[in-house]
Design a protein around this ligand. Structure first.
Ligand SMILES: [Zn+2]
Length: 290
């Protein structure tokens, strides 16, 4: 006999599972405290994921609300379970759905809990060390191929024996402060030689275990002042920091990679000629950003 669920059934199931997972995490994180797991509200709903962007679950933060979307087909694997065509048991389908919700809820938890102290954007992203340390502690899973980088990282070796959440949190707060410090040191606008300024920005990574030189933008401004040619070079770089990059490694690698713009994924290099105050001619040397 075939079971066909309605959208209402599935929504009810999602709400029930989410509140169970929230209570499960609340007991891990705030066992003896009378407080909710999250400071901000959270919603969950099904969504048919687009063909060109396949996902089982998706997390977004919009209008001060954590939003979880679960692919309709993933829910139906359990609610509309069909023994004849499934290569897994109904129990496995159920556990899989729970695991997807736990993964997405961990994104919400990490953002809610750690974003305020992190100077790097995206501590809740999939390849962020903060996210992965929490996910592992909560017994969650990540299917991305950067996970091999995680299992070889300092973070993994330093956190795999921590079985108490408060201890893990202390470790993560120190780690975030270390990343903050290193990125601030590296990020300061540096004057290299005469009239050359470089600014570095860092964010946690979406999909890479390593250090991804993401965006490089350089502007050279050429003008005449007091009958003399003046040249000013400014560049701004953006890096994504993945789970395998400790704060110490970040310092060494970012300094090595900063000058070699060919490393960067997105580049915008422009020259601006100031012919007069109102007449500026811009030449695009290289640009794959826009
Ligand atoms: Zn994720």
């Amino acid at each position: 006999m075939e079971n066909k669920s309605t959208k209402k059934d599935r929504q009810q199931l999602l709400i029930t599972l989410l509140s169970k997972e929230m209570e499960h995490l609340r007991k891990i994180c705030f066992k003896y405290q009378r407080r909710p797991l999250l400071d901000y509200p959270i919603t969950i709903q099904e969504e048919k994921c687009p063909k060109d962007n396949q996902y089982a679950g998706l997390y977004k933060y919009e209008n001060d609300t954590h939003k979880i979307y679960i692919d309709t087909d993933e829910i139906k694997k359990y609610t509309d379970y069909n023994k004849q065509i499934s290569y897994y048991s109904k129990k496995q389908a159920f556990n899989n759905l729970k695991s997807i919700i736990l993964h997405e809820l961990t994104h919400a938890y990490v953002k809610d809990r750690f974003e305020l102290i992190s100077k790097l954007k995206g501590c809740e992203r999939d390849a962020s060390p903060i996210f992965l340390a929490c996910l592992k502690h909560f017994g969650g899973h990540s299917g991305y191929n950067f996970m091999s980088g995680y299992y070889h990282s300092d973070l993994y070796y330093e956190t795999c024996d921590i079985d108490n959440y408060k201890e893990l949190e202390k470790y993560l707060i120190c780690l975030i402060k270390e990343y903050n410090k290193v990125s601030e040191e590296l990020g300061k606008s540096k004057s290299i030689g005469n009239n050359n300024y470089t600014l570095c920005n860092f964010e946690y990574s979406y999909r890479n275990a390593g250090l991804l030189p993401k965006l490089y933008s350089k502007d050279t401004i050429v003008g005449v002042k007091d009958n003399e040619f003046k040249i000013l070079n400014t560049s701004a770089n953006l890096y994504e920091v993945g789970v395998a990059i400790s704060p110490y490694a970040l310092k060494i690698l970012a300094e090595k990679k900063a000058d070699n713009y060919s490393n960067f994924k997105w580049k915008g290099i422009n020259k601006h000629y100031c012919l007069s105050n109102k007449n500026i001619k811009t030449i695009n040397i290289e640009d794959n950003i826009n």
